[in-house]
Design a protein around this ligand. Structure first.
Ligand SMILES: Nc1nc2c(ncn2[C@@H]2O[C@H](COP(=O)(O)OP(=O)(O)O)[C@@H](O)[C@H]2O)c(=O)[nH]1
Ligand SMILES: [Mg+2]
Length: 275
């Protein structure tokens, strides 16, 4: 599939960060504060899009009472439960040049958003945060069961996604058209949705860059190794089956991108956005 360059004619927002939220009223205020501060530092127009996934704890009220600021926050609604479906709603509703997502607990520190933006501006089609990157700093407190499960899961995923060492870190960013093509046909709404998205991105021949992350295991995870673990394996098998016809089209293109430090003082034009 041909991947087109971005349409820059109506670029109001450069980077849109989607935050899927299922009952996140408690964690969201601190997250929005940190995320907006990190985005404001980039010096280009950014936005946070929270997608409330049928929460019952006042998540929507928390979001609608945030104060106006340099980085606007918008609220969308997703009635169908599942992180993948919520992220899909946010991505498909985005008019930003680049769009991605992070978790409401900000387990991945937003301090490398500058690197993300630089890589996208330099021509990467997708930038994927990965705990498997040798330079990642990972503070893990997961149970032994979940860690073993993660090892088995990664080996199952290798049948579908070959270009990155880890698919499950909630920190991924794309050029808008690349994201749109991967998310529009998304069928998996559960925790394995990243596998389907990256599988589609790879099969489109997109340039994918894996970056290191600072990742902390924040307590309060909704992922249950017993309840969601087996379901994730089933989902990967289904994704593999779904994408089988496009397997021959996998074209992982290694990218050597030189990060450019965005000039935070002088706005969008100075980061060298591609015309
Ligand atoms: N939309 C949606 N988001 C969810 C659901 N479960 C978890 N999330 C979101 O997915 C993100 C990661 O969830 P978390 O519980 O931290 O899982 P972890 O990856 O195991 O740490 C958070 O932003 C959650 O609000 C769900 O059923 N629907
Ligand atoms: Mg978490």
């Amino acid at each position: 599939m041909e991947v087109l360059p971005p349409d820059v004619s109506s670029d109001a927002v450069v980077l849109d960060v989607v935050v899927p939220a299922f009952n996140e009223a408690e964690r969201l205020p601190a997250t929005l504060l940190l995320l907006r501060a990190a985005l404001a530092n980039l010096g280009v127009p950014c936005r946070v899009t929270v997608v409330d996934n049928a929460s019952t704890d006042g998540t929507a009220e928390v979001v609608s009472t945030v104060l106006p600021g340099t980085v606007p926050v918008r609220l969308l609604w997703c009635g169908e439960r599942g992180k993948g479906f919520a992220v899909r709603i946010g991505v498909l509703a985005s008019d930003a040049r680049y769009v991605g997502f992070c978790d409401a607990d900000l387990a991945t520190a937003p301090d490398n958003l500058g690197q993300v933006l630089s890589l996208l501006v330099e021509g990467a089609d997708a930038v994927v945060g990965s705990r498997a990157h040798p330079e990642s700093v990972v503070e893990e407190r997961h149970s032994l069961l979940r860690r073993w499960g993660a090892v088995a899961f990664r080996s199952a995923v290798r049948q579908v996604v070959r270009g990155v060492g880890e698919t499950q870190c909630g920190f991924k960013f794309f050029r808008n058209d690349v994201a749109r093509r991967a998310f529009a046909p998304l069928r998996c709404g559960g925790f394995a949705f990243d596998v389907e998205v990256l599988g589609r991105v790879e099969r489109a021949g997109a340039r994918l860059v894996e970056i290191p992350v600072n990742w902390v295991d924040v307590p309060g995870s909704r992922f249950s190794p017993v309840r969601h673990g087996w379901q994730s394996f089933v989902d990967v098998a289904k994704i593999r089956w779904r994408l089988r016809r496009t397997d021959a089209a996998i074209l992982p293109v290694p990218v050597v991108a030189i990060p450019v430090a965005p000039d935070v003082t002088s706005g969008a034009a100075t980061v060298g956005l591609r015309p």
